[in-house]
Design a protein around this ligand. Structure first.
Ligand code: AMP
Ligand code: GLY
Length: 426
């Protein structure tokens, strides 16, 4: 098989390395890819949103299967477009991708089908939203732009003044563009957060090992929200009992709800959960693999990934036994200085071998490029330094030891990835 991977991050690099483990996969190509990916897969400079360009590339390159990893092209209907051309693709249809691309859609879905989530109201008018927030008088309050906003469309307002500012900036100043035409105002929940990715073919759902993301830029969960500064798997808060409860009250009800709505979800469904004192609740759905959750989940997957994604496309996932190793994985992100604000690009990365790797860990490349045999930074999140071991302390030790071998000017990482998870294990 020859597979086209659409995307350019650490998640895509991890997916490509996993696919290449199978003898059934002859080669993977990637568009647009990055410096590290180009060591594993030939890269082509087609933009992720260029649907016609991706179809032409797949045809020219005689690709058998396409994997669409990022949210934007999924929401824009890239998988529908490939299927229309008779090319098999992994990922949800545009209609099913609304579970991530529209918070109003996902919240209304959960309300209609009784799936536990934070209580909420939807507003298309800023004055009505502010009046509602004033009337509840409950703070903090959570304000979410309806549409995709690069993970930045969620504001937790501590008081009425900041809530008013948030509503104004989203709905009137349109800081997230049309994504802010509607907003969701919801109840603030508390508890440990868990990410669960699951394969589903629209009928059967196979959960992957759980993980824990670290979204804030600085140690101690301080600083701005980022795409994710590191992950560990499994997540020790997510016990077998909680997993069963989630399967019964959240996962299967979601799969069935999407069928009932006439848009069965096929692909990777990401459940962002909060384990509240009242039980697990959905914080958000994503219509795709998470980044950097993928980097710690896939190294533990024992079943060939290619077999699973084909079964999802063919709707035969019930025939596959999806198995994970009972070990642990840790990923530490090395980011550009200044991220998630502005940062320099083109800075030389030292310490990587000619394949972009180091001893003792796997380095998944995110924002890098390869020029004249040198790896240079090319984005906010640069590398995901990842290690697998028999337990979490050893995995963290290996990953952090490997980060010491790598350097670039301004490099920033969190030094407390996995700390909360280790506390839960004690
Ligand atoms: P989202 O983009 O929906 O995942 O939200 C980003 C982050 O905001 C989540 O990972 C949570 O930490 C936080 N968050 C979102 N919704 C809530 C909520 N209802 N209560 C508390 N925290 C929330
Ligand atoms: N790491 C969170 C996400 O992929 O949305």
């Amino acid at each position: 098989m020859k597979i086209l991977m659409v995307g350019s991050g650490g998640r895509e690099h991890a997916l490509i390395k996993k696919l290449l483990e199978s003898d059934r996969v002859d080669s993977v190509i990637c568009a647009p890819g990055n410096g590290g990916i180009s060591c594993d897969a030939e890269c082509f400079s087609v933009n992720v949103m260029d649907i016609d360009g991706m179809i032409s590339l797949a045809k020219e390159q005689n690709v058998d299967f396409v994997f669409v990893a990022p949210d934007d092209p999924l929401a824009a209907g890239m998988v529908d477009a490939f299927e229309k051309e008779g090319i098999k693709a992994f990922g949800p249809s545009a209609l099913a991708a609304r579970i991530e691309s529209s918070k109003v859609f996902s919240k209304n879905l959960m309300k209609k089908y009784g799936i536990p989530t934070a209580a909420y109201e939807v507003f298309s008018d800023s004055e009505a939203a502010v009046a509602y927030i004033e009337s509840t008088g409950k703070f903090p309050v959570v304000i979410k732009a309806d549409g995709l906003a690069l993970g930045k469309g969620v504001i937790i307002a501590e008081d009425l003044e900041s809530a008013k500012d948030a509503v104004k900036s989203i709905m009137e100043d349109k800081v997230f563009g049309a994504s802010g035409n509607n907003i969701v105002v919801e109840e603030f929940l508390t508890g440990p957060e868990v990410s669960v990715l699951a394969f589903t073919d629209g009928k059967t759902l196979a959960p992957m090992v759980s993980s824990m993301d670290h979204k804030r830029a600085l140690d101690g969960d301080k600083g701005l929200n980022t795409g994710g500064m590191g992950t560990v798997a499994p997540n020790p808060y997510y016990t077998k009992e909680i997993a069963q409860e989630c399967m019964d009250t959240i996962f299967m009800p979601t799969v069935k709800a999407m069928c009932s709505e006439g848009c069965p979800f096929k692909g990777c469904l990401y459940f962002g959960l909060m384990l509240t004192p009242d039980g697990p609740k959905v914080i958000e759905y994503n219509s795709r693999f998470g980044d950097p959750e993928t980097q710690v989940v896939l190294p533990l997957l024992e079943t060939p990934l290619v077999d699973i994604i084909e079964a999802v496309a063919d709707e035969t996932l019930d025939k596959i036994n999806v198995v994970f190793a009972e070990e642990s994985c840790a990923c530490v992100i090395m980011a550009s200085g200044g991220y998630p604000g502005s940062y320099a690009k083109g800075v030389e990365i030292k310490g990587l071998n000619d394949k972009g790797n180091v001893d003792g860990a796997v380095v998944y490349h995110a924002g890098t490029k390869l020029e004249n045999g040198k790896f240079l930074t090319n984005g906010g999140r640069v590398l995901g330094v990842t290690a697998r071991a028999e337990n979490l302390p050893s995995a963290l030790e290996k990953a952090y030891a490997a980060t010491q071998l790598i350097s670039f000017d301004g490099a920033h990482k969190r030094n407390d990835i996995g700390k909360r998870a280790l506390e839960a294990l004690r």
